[in-house]
Design a protein around this ligand. Structure first.
Ligand SMILES: [Zn+2]
Length: 308
């Protein structure tokens, strides 16, 4: 670990905090497309700002583009007022997407896309109805209870796809080589839930394939989803694999991931407390160690946090 002076910022070169940009560029090719994909189920908080710093910072450092995608596949928890607030806070912070803002790219606007992907999946994979509730299943892994039951697909039942056994291996740009066994981890993947909503795993995978996202930058809490998304993407016909990068999360003193309930600060609250966008971005950057506390940085300058 070394330190490099950049203006007033001391840049700490930490392999778990900043990717090797040269290696990343050669792995992805020219002009990567990454995405910022908030769910309008609440307001933006510092955790989202950390993600935005990574997404815009790495994209700009590699002359890439950022796609904004509103992940509103969960029609129960998403609210229009949250969507308005998320867009407003993002604009206030100064993070400008290159694609997906006008017109706004929302999952809920394109149901046919997911229906088509499901039809495609049914041609080559075992897709079946599942009537199990979360309580029936118990843990994370689905044991395949309905796999051979040939239940009729109808409302009130979920839809699953059978996953082949085997390892998925990928090189995370920050965490290094990862090996996951999706069928062992989660069992057959839920595509649509019993409330008739596309699941996060399915919607995100379909979108990353069709939007040709080449670099997925997200928090390390999602690393265990990657193997199943890689496998599902191949089942959906994707040939080229995106590069994944899972970055650190803001933690509280107890080592727990900081959520809103744990007292995480919302961007709105920090705004009304009088902080500038530069100060909010700097606060988020400092909380994961990308910046020293007390400094400030503009959204248009976050690439500097990653250039060694
Ligand atoms: Zn079942």
């Amino acid at each position: 670990m070394g330190t490099k002076e950049w203006d007033h910022v001391s840049l700490i070169i930490d392999p778990l905090l900043r990717p090797d940009l040269t290696r990343l560029a050669s792995a992805i090719g020219s002009s990567p497309l990454t995405r910022f994909a908030p769910s309008p189920t609440g307001y933006l908080h510092l955790g989202h700002v950390v993600n935005a710093i990574y997404v815009w910072g790495i994209a700009r450092a590699l002359n890439g583009r950022v796609l904004l995608r509103i992940e509103d596949h969960d029609r129960i928890r998403c609210r229009p007022e949250y969507e308005v607030a998320v867009l407003e806070d993002l604009a206030w912070l100064g993070f400008e997407p290159d694609l997906g803002l006008d017109p706004l790219l929302r999952q809920s606007d394109t149901p046919a896309v997911y229906e088509t992907a499901l039809s495609r999946l049914r041609e080559s994979s075992n897709v079946y109805a599942c009537e199990c509730s979360r309580k029936d299943i118990g843990g994370e892994r689905y044991e395949g209870r309905c796999r051979e039951r040939r239940l009729e697909m109808r409302s009130g039942r979920g839809i699953r796809v059978q996953l082949a056994a085997g390892d998925e291996v990928f090189d995370d740009a920050l965490l290094g080589r990862q090996t996951q066994a999706p069928a062992e981890q989660c069992g057959d993947l839920l595509v649509k839930d019993r409330d008739d909503h596309w699941t996060y795993q399915f919607a995100v995978t379909v979108d990353d394939v069709r939007q040709e996202v080449t670099l997925v930058i997200r928090g390390s809490d999602l690393v265990s989803s990657t193997g199943r998304q890689l496998l599902l993407a191949r089942m959906l016909g994707r040939r080229n694999t995106p590069v994944f990068m899972h970055h650190p999360l803001i933690h509280d003193g107890l080592g727990e991931k900081l959520s809103k309930s744990a007292g995480d600060a919302g961007v709105r609250e920090l705004r009304s407390a009088g902080l500038t966008p530069e100060e909010v971005i700097a606060t988020a950057a400092a909380r994961v160690g990308l910046l020293n506390p007390g400094e400030s940085i503009r959204a248009v300058d976050v690439a500097r946090l990653f250039r060694a």
